[in-house]
Design a protein around this ligand. Structure first.
Ligand code: 3PG
Length: 214
């Protein structure tokens, strides 16, 4: 699957809801309950970061939850991409982009949402064929004004800003013409996941799902 087609798929996923919850899960036994809370709250697209030992088992468990679209985050290497795909991830998110990752995702037929933070990184990703990108780390590299500035010279590129997004700034990002959705970890906090506080998570998901997009 070439990068252009991969971006078509990731853009379609990003259109499904205004927010993609970014999840760091420590215990895969909680994965199904968490996915159910998020999906029933109105957020069907989930990014499980490969930053914990439980991540791959969590992807496996969440993939069985009906109505969900489960992807792997923090995909840094071809091996990460392969392990994610084998666990059932239907897309991959990376903080950046490398030639090896491009080649691996093409071969694995795994749609990749690659990260970019500067005009040169956006241009390199676009050169490779990607026009749906993660803007990362969004707040740290200039946030809303930076994305507005990129829209002028690079109008065809659309973004999912991630990194420092919260209920207080999500709407500002979603009002931008080059933003399709945002990603963030505020929906499923460690404390609520550990306490299996699915009601609170579902409520936060519901509020996020109701955010307006341009
Ligand atoms: C990440 O990969 O950790 C995401 O960018 C989430 O960032 P956040 O915790 O600031 O939402």
């Amino acid at each position: 699957m070439n990068p252009h087609l991969q971006s078509q798929k990731t853009r379609a996923l990003c259109r499904l809801a205004p927010v993609i919850p970014v999840i760091v899960i420590k215990n895969a036994d909680r994965a199904a309950g968490l996915a159910q809370a998020l999906v029933s709250g109105g957020l069907p697209v989930l990014e499980i970061t490969l930053r914990s030992d439980a991540a791959l088992d969590a992807i496996r468990a969440m993939s069985a939850v009906s109505g969900g679209h489960v992807g792997a985050g923090t995909v840094l290497t071809p091996d990460d991409a392969k392990r994610a795909k084998d666990a059932g991830a239907t897309f991959a998110v990376s903080p950046g982009l490398t030639d090896r990752l491009v080649a691996a995702c093409e071969e694995l037929e795994l749609p990749l949402l690659p990260g970019a933070a500067t005009a040169s990184e956006v241009m390199r990703a676009s050169d490779a064929g990607y026009d749906m990108l993660k803007f990362f780390p969004a707040e740290a590299v200039g946030g809303v004004p930076a994305l507005k500035s990129l829209a002028g010279p690079l109008p065809r590129i659309t973004f999912c800003p991630t990194g420092g997004i919260s209920p207080s700034n999500a709407a500002d990002y979603l009002a931008l013409p080059n933003v399709i959705c945002v990603g963030g970890s505020w929906i499923a906090t460690d404390a609520d996941v550990n306490a299996e506080n699915w009601g609170a998570i579902q409520e936060r998901a519901h509020a996020a799902a109701g955010l307006n997009r341009r």
